[in-house]
Design a protein around this ligand. Sequence first.
Ligand code: SF4
Length: 185
Amino acid sequence: MYSNIEEMNALIKNCIKCNLSLKRKNAVCGNGPKNPKIMIIGEAPGKTEDENGIPFSGRSGVLLRKVMEESGIDSKDVYITNSVRCRPHNNQKPKKANLIACSAYLKFEVEFLKPNIIVPLGNSSLGALSYISGIRFDPITKAIGQKISWNQMIIIPQFHPAAILRDMKRLKVFEGVFRKIANKN
Ligand code: SF4
């Protein structure tokens, strides 16, 4: 077992708890401060992240950081992690078995870091958060921007930035949710 984030990350780097370990180059650990105000939960590493081991370092991450910064959120207050730590083959969505296998790491991060606000990005992240919280969330198109209290934290679901890159008509909503988050932290 592990008693801090560093010990957990050392295990993640060699984790073989699910089939996503078979084709990964790097397991991608969470990244950020030890006392974050905000925890962002993405879906899974993409090609860039699999190569360099840094979460949200590809195109989605560029958009995510730009919109957070424009909303007034200080990146020093933000911890960024993923629902699964290894890249699904061909960028497919992680399967339920992968989300469940990886959820113990997410649970430890949430309990250890105790952010004020948790921001799950998209349906996979809502699913992962369901497994650790027991909360049944609406699909992201309905849940987006809702404020859900859980264990003295607030969960505010948000679109995944990859969904914005696929459909820029959603950008205004995406920006609005981050402004709302900035006002709460
Ligand atoms: S996705 Fe998570 S559970 Fe599966 S091998 Fe990677 S670190 Fe382990």
